[in-house]
Design a protein around this ligand. Structure first.
Ligand code: SAM
Length: 274
């Protein structure tokens, strides 16, 4: 893959960057406990607890999975957490553990920071900035204090992810003709791609690794997760129930979604230093 930068954007790509299509906060909060919540805990613990972080920025906080983990693992008294979605942020705001967090509901690339940060954290959100990866990293760098750190987990790629995406795409191919379905694989980065992208920024890459997880889940639950975690980024909220039924049929033999599938999940974790 060529690292995309300054490409003309299709309506589909820009939909993920500037439009809130995340209207399933409750479902996301439920289904994210199986994978994203666990990855959030891993990511927050990558920071050495002895090093105080005075100011933290979180990109794509969603319902607050990572925000909660940052508060458990890092010494800080200032977290600014940003997300494009009102629905997701309203769930994060309702959590009493996050009372001290200041939330911003705006697309990341439109956000105008007023302070510099000691660290930026982001779990499972960076890939929604596709194809503006380089611009996003450069913006992050500009938001950091000297020696500032980035702890990021984004959609990762390895041979198993390619096989799994091909399996899903084969079943969902043509299912979204009227909704511009874009295979998720285009958003994934393998370690070499990530390294070469970081090499064109002022960041030093301290570490990068892929975490692969598998979960055995019912097809109907997979579809809930698929939709609530952003897979259909060009639909309208009223179309969701019909599409859920449709996707369940495409993926299951019986059509009722009660069979299980092995769901794979690949995250590229990285630590960057300014
Ligand atoms: C898969 S969720 C991850 C949420 C959370 N970080 C977690 O660990 O569970 C991705 C989040 O990225 C947010 N997002 C997508 N595009 C965004 C953008 N352009 N600017 C800010 N947030 C964005 C979505 O609203 C969603 O809450």
């Amino acid at each position: 893959m060529n690292i995309p930068t300054n490409n003309p954007q299709t309506s589909l790509q820009s939909a993920g960057i500037h439009k809130d299509i995340w209207f399933s906060g409750n479902e996301y909060e439920h289904y994210s406990q199986f994978i994203q919540k666990k990855n959030a805990a891993v990511l927050a613990r990558l920071h050495k607890s002895s090093q105080r972080l005075n100011t933290i920025f979180e990109l794509g906080c969603g319902t607050g999975n990572l925000t909660e983990e940052i508060l458990l693992s890092c010494e800080t008294n200032h977290i600014d957490a940003l997300d494009i979605s009102n629905d997701m942020i309203s769930i994060a705001k309702s959590k009493s553990a996050l009372n001290s967090v200041k939330f911003f509901c705006t697309p990341f690339l439109d956000f105008i920071p007023t302070i510099k940060y000691s660290a930026i954290f982001s779990n499972a959100a960076f890939h929604w900035l596709y194809p503006m990866y380089l611009e996003s990293l450069i913006k992050m760098e500009s938001m950091l204090l000297d020696n500032g750190l980035v702890y990021i987990a984004t959609a990762g790629e390895n041979l198993n992810s390619l096989a799994f995406d091909a399996w899903i795409d084969e079943r969902l191919h043509n299912a979204f003709a009227s909704h511009e379905y874009q295979p998720f694989a285009s958003r994934r980065l393998d370690i070499a791609q990530f390294e070469s992208m970081v090499a064109s920024t002022p960041f030093i890459l301290q570490d990068a690794f892929i975490l692969e997880r598998w979960a055995k889940i019912k097809i109907s639950h997979y579809v809930e997760w698929f939709i609530s975690s952003g897979a259909l980024w060009n639909i309208n909220e009223h179309e969701v129930p019909e599409l859920k039924k449709f996707l369940i049929c495409r993926l299951s033999e019986s059509g009722d979604g009660q069979e299980y599938i092995s769901m794979g999940h690949w995250s590229l974790f990285a630590i960057l230093k300014k």
